[in-house]
Design a protein around this ligand. Sequence first.
Ligand SMILES: [Zn+2]
Length: 316
Amino acid sequence: MSKYCIGVDLGGTNITIALIDLKGKIKNKVKISTQAGKNAGFVIKTIIENIRVLIRDVRFSQLVGIGIGAAGQIDQARGVIQFSPNLHWRNVPIVKEIKQEFNLPVYLDNDANVACYGEFLFGAGRGAQNILCITLGTGVGGGIIINNKIYRGAGGAAGEIGHITVESKGRKCNCGNRGCMEAYVGAPHIRERCIEKIKAGRKSIITRIVEGSLLKITPKVLEEAVFYKDKLAQEIWQETGMYLGVGLASLINIFNPEKIIIGGGIANAGTLISVPLLKTIKERALAVSLQDVKIVRAKLGEEAGVIGAAMLVLSA
Ligand SMILES: [Zn+2]
């Protein structure tokens, strides 16, 4: 009889819970709203109820364990979510609480690490042993796999690829520092860079596309503007790819990875971002590391997190 792991992808907006076989195939899944405003006890109870529904048709002996990927700072060894700004949680011992309900092994890691692990095992990282993942969204998430294992660092904080410095006196980042890669390539920062240039007098079709409300500028709008050969939009993408390339070139020199996997909504811009990105990497990364690395798009989409979370059970 098939064996299964349960994956839980606990984000600030949604929770995805899935029953997954040992080859990473999803047998059944459910996606619910997180209701982050409610307390941790309420959210954990909702997770438990949904796991119960998912495992109704399988025997206990078929279940191997439960893996959770959660947004925020995680004490992986103790199974505690220390601080999650998206969930407004502090020191929640989620592993203990779920373990006592199901009498199965339960593991926890942060959402970026598990998404990277999912891609590593069953997505774009398949077959490689050393990879970096970068997810381009509102923020910029990162994950590192070294010799087939998630690299967590001394205190579990490794992999913050978005906060690598790309301009020493650059734009202000949400982390409080200046010039982080996220402050150039995170979606709200791409918009801000664009608004600044429009306010400085640059003419662009973008203003017409968003009917004058500049806060409606999204990466999608910038893609559309390029379609109409808009110079400003082309410049924004060019700079975005360049800054991403500056950050990734340093990572290539440090880690000598086989693959760098790029996911998230902004990766949909395709060649708009990949052309300047690859050009910058070629200019900046050391030749010896450059020859080993492939830059590839993520394959599993939003399911990477829940699949990787489930597979924590087998990695332990
Ligand atoms: Zn930062």
